[in-house]
Design a protein around this ligand. Structure first.
Ligand SMILES: Cc1cc2nc3c(=O)[nH]c(=O)nc-3n(C[C@H](O)[C@H](O)[C@H](O)COP(=O)(O)OP(=O)(O)OC[C@H]3O[C@@H](n4cnc5c(N)ncnc54)[C@H](O)[C@@H]3O)c2cc1C
Ligand SMILES: NC(=O)c1ccc[n+]([C@@H]2O[C@H](COP(=O)([O-])OP(=O)(O)OC[C@H]3O[C@@H](n4cnc5c(N)ncnc54)[C@H](O)[C@@H]3O)[C@@H](O)[C@H]2O)c1
Length: 493
């Protein structure tokens, strides 16, 4: 029997859209199946609304650092205007502006829930009206179904109407008191966003000893110091063990939520150097809302993975050509969050471009099939807090653990004239990690305001394996913050 199309893509988030678009550009016929909105988590409940809600506070903080501008900042962030701007940025939760991009490329959009259905290339779709349609692809099926927020099995949590990234980024009110569970990227960004939007009390509870624990150690320390200076309570090495939402009756309105907090490891003696108020302890925090930001669960629980020999509910492991490991015939691919490599929009889009190139048989300059070179060695990541955290590649610790003999050097981000021109109290650290054998960068981290635009230079240096001797001739403009590159190379010697 003839197949319906060359390629079927499940999920039209950033990864799914891009694999579909690139396959269509190469002349293949493509169907993309989407059960919610074209654009996915990033456009409506992730990157875009969170950055939009952070931006007003960031601009006011930047102005307050500049004598001459600071005195003009006479009021707080206008939360209602910020929420209205958020609604505009997410297209009022309609994908009508995103669908034409797919249509223009000739991609057919099928609205419904897709499921793998046995033999290679077969997908069953439950359409929005409940009817069922079976589709077949002759070349490939690409899974790009993303993730959703993980809700851990903490007693009482699920019944306490917790916020997740969707509720928080879609909020129309600023809770007076907010508890944030998890100090990863979602937790730190949204804790700061709500504090600056006007929450009087924000308490962040993180199980690890640091915020953003996978970054360089100074990152977590600087972020904690900035948060505490801004009135956010940071409780590290702590976990919620029980959550209770007060109610005025069986159907009455929800009251405050009480979160019982404990040290992660009560047997672990508190660091005597740590001030008493910062040491993990058992007590209760009362708040109006609790935001759960402890990680992501892949949307593979009901995807028919068992019909192709894979285990449901897990990330789909892929090889460096984005083909699902353990599935014969090279027809099943996974890109974006669902493959678990790097849960970032730009990496999902990169994987999507690569998968499309593999499917269409594109070759690299040496004539070999294209493959993923960026995961995990050159993944750029920006956390849009103040101070911003902008990093790429390996941390010093990760490089050493990978057996690379490295030397790392750091300079204060505020040590160059470009930083002083931007304002007072520009703090932060810039650090490079150098593979001593090859004399090339394997990692870089920049903290400080507006470092987001500095990380791509480091990405190019890492991916291009530019020798340090050559980097010396890449002259940063004066007076820019990029002059930290010059300082770093001088310190390196
Ligand atoms: C609060 C927050 C802020 C973030 N900020 C950033 C940021 O600043 N920068 C960054 O790079 N990343 C950020 N991320 C991460 C980013 O959102 C994800 O990496 C990105 O959305 C992943 O894209 P994806 O296409 O793989 O999956 P998704 O965006 O999750 O899209 C998957 C799509 O598949 C659909 N789908 C699922 N199952 C099915 C099915 N069975 N049938 C049909 N359709 C299905 C879903 O409806 C969805 O539209 C953030 C995440 C959060 C939660
Ligand atoms: N600016 C950005 O690029 C951006 C912003 C937001 C999210 N993201 C992406 O989304 C992904 C998911 O973010 P996330 O923050 O949900 O997950 P995460 O894995 O980055 O962080 C979760 C944090 O929660 C902690 N944690 C887990 N269980 C806990 C518990 N019971 N109590 C207290 N702490 C607990 C973990 O130690 C960890 O620090 C990130 O990996 C990132 O790739 C990116």
């Amino acid at each position: 029997m003839d197949a319906d199309v060359d390629v079927i893509v499940l999920g039209a988030g950033p990864a799914g859209e891009n694999v579909a678009g690139r396959c269509a550009d190469a002349g293949l016929s493509v169907i993309v199946v989407e059960r919610e909105l074209v654009g996915g988590e990033c456009s409506y409940w992730g990157c875009i609304p969170s950055k939009t809600l952070l931006r007003p506070g960031e601009v006011l903080a930047a102005a307050r650092r500049v004598p001459g501008a600071a005195s003009a900042v006479t009021g707080p962030v206008d939360a209602a205007a910020a929420f209205a701007r958020r609604d505009w940025m997410v297209g009022d939760y309609s994908d009508s502006s995103q669908v034409p991009w797919l249509v223009d490329k000739g991609v057919e959009l099928v609205r419904g829930t897709g499921r793998l259905a046995g033999p290679a290339g077969r997908v069953a779709v439950t359409l929005l009206d409940g009817t069922r349609r079976v589709l077949t692809a002759s070349r490939a099926v690409v899974v790009a179904t993303g993730t959703r927020a993980t809700v851990p099995p903490i007693p009482g949590l699920a019944d306490a109407e917790p916020w997740d990234n969707r509720t928080a980024t879609g909020a129309w009110k600023v809770p007076h008191r907010l508890v944030v569970l998890g100090g990863g990227a979602v937790g730190v960004e949204l804790a700061q966003a709500f504090r600056r939007l006007g929450s009087a009390e924000v308490t962040l509870i993180e199980g690890s000893p640091r915020l953003l624990v996978r970054e360089e150690e100074f990152v977590g320390e600087q972020l904690r110091a900035a948060f505490e200076a801004a009135g956010i309570t940071v409780r590290l090495g702590s976990r919620a063990v029980e959550v209770r939402r007060a109610r005025t009756g069986p159907d009455g309105p929800a009251g405050p939520v009480t979160v019982t907090v404990e040290p992660v490891d009560p047997a672990d003696p508190a660091d005597p150097g740590e001030p008493v108020e910062r040491r993990p302890r058992r007590d209760a925090v009362v708040a109006d809302e609790i935001l759960v930001a402890v990680g992501r669960t892949p949307a593979t629980g009901d995807l028919g993975l068992e019909t192709v020999g894979l285990q449901p509910g897990r990330f789909i492991e892929v090889d460096d050509r984005l083909r699902a490991v353990g599935v014969a015939g090279d027809w099943l691919y996974a890109v974006g969050d669902v493959c678990g490599r790097a849960l970032l929009t730009h990496m999902g889009k990169y994987q999507a471009r690569l998968a499309a190139d593999v499917i269409t048989g594109r070759r690299d300059l040496a004539g070999a099939p294209v493959r993923d070179l960026a995961d995990p060695a050159a993944v750029p990541r920006v956390t849009f807090t103040d101070p911003q955290v902008s990093a790429v590649g390996l941390t010093e610790r990760a490089a050493r653990e990978a057996g690379i003999a490295v030397r790392a050097v750091s300079v204060p981000t505020g040590s160059v004239a470009g930083a002083s021109v931007r304002g007072e109290e520009i703090t932060g650290t810039s650090k490079i990690v150098v593979d001593e054998a090859r004399r090339v960068l394997v990692g870089a981290t920049f903290t400080g305001p507006d470092t987001q635009e500095m990380v791509h230079a480091a990405t190019i240096a890492i991916v291009g394996e530019v020798p340090l001797e050559r980097l010396w001739h890449a002259v940063p403009s004066f007076p820019t913050v990029s002059e930290v590159w010059l300082r770093l190379l001088e310190v390196y010697g």
